[in-house]
Design a protein around this ligand. Sequence first.
Ligand code: PLP
Length: 421
Amino acid sequence: MHELTLPSRTQTTRAATAFDVERVRREFPTLDVQLNGRPLVYLDNAATTQKPVAVIESLARFYRKYNANIHRGVHRLSVQATNEYERARTSVAKFLNADFEEIIFIRGATEGINLVAQSFARPRLRAGDEILVSHLEHHANIVPWQMVCEQTGAKLRVIPIDDRSDLELDALPKLITERTRLVAVNQASNALGTINAVDEIVAAAHAHNVPVLIDGAQAVSHMPVDVRALGCDFYVFSGHKVFGPTGIGALYGKRALLDAMPPYQGGGDMIRTVSFGKTTYADPPQRFEAGTPNISGAIGLGAAVDYLTELGVERFAPYEDDLLAYGTELLSAIPGVRLIGTAERKVPVLSFTVDGVHPHDAGTILDQLGIAVRAGHHCAQPVMERFGVPATVRASLAFYNTRAELDQLASGVRKAIEVLG
Ligand code: PLP
């Protein structure tokens, strides 16, 4: 077994006190609700995040003031809705350091990965080709590749993980072969929190001219993302995990790749001309946004990334590191608690089991105490299998959580052991 070291992204907690968490909490109305008659302790942020007033109001404003369909209308409301929708695309492009045309609005990370699997990978794959993923992926970054493998005869290969839950990148030279057509990995693991060295993975893949998709669903709310600096070919994330609405997300694709890809779905808004003889398609991003999109969702996502940019990840990342280190310390001091995922670089996720207590039972006791955590396999069954457990309890944090809430989590776990252990 490895000795437990306290994880961090920045290896420092120096700025932890400079972040005014109480002020930030006031911007999130849901943090004020009661759960089972107690003040909510919301520790399920990897599943979905709470929304700041800025996002809630952007949605309300759309439906109250200028609800209309976009792109085809000549009336004022439609023009305003179109402008706000496209302004949101500009915000997301800035957020990722991409160009406006490189951002496609999608339902979420899941749809973005399916889009790349079907529109980019499928036409290029031949029997015997390979797609490389990691053992640390969410099902959303496994199943779409398995489906395209079934459709084409390609094979899925897997980067292994070590006992601390770091990817074994030493294996890359063997795993990236002349048959590899795409590498798809997450930047941060939802189940265990590991931050992956995606820069190294991109470099290794590009050395063989292999494109890379990065699943940033768990990264964007915790670290700055610069797709140009990363050099990745595709990047996906979901709005609801970054303080925005559900049913919306973004796919970044390098312009040249998007230009060469066929549409994912057909319908209105993605065409240049339609006739029964021949239809021609619009340029990206419209080519990939068939039908009426989630207009309010995109506007809400724009508000969310603007909010995050203004808050400043450089301000809250050290604060989150402090929370993670504190929570790690508290939980590892409880006899019978086994922390799973002890990588050195982590987003603030605490995944653990408790001897003699089923994770769902622990989750139920915590719920009775007003503490919302997730218990289960976290849509990452291969990860659970790798660590020999069917499920874990997962407390996943955001910048609006506090040390006091982690104290409550630790005493809740002790209570669960007392009652059930
Ligand atoms: N990838 C990762 C790492 C995730 O954590 C999730 C959701 O938990 C997804 C992909 C899928 O996101 P969504 O369900 O929003 O499409």
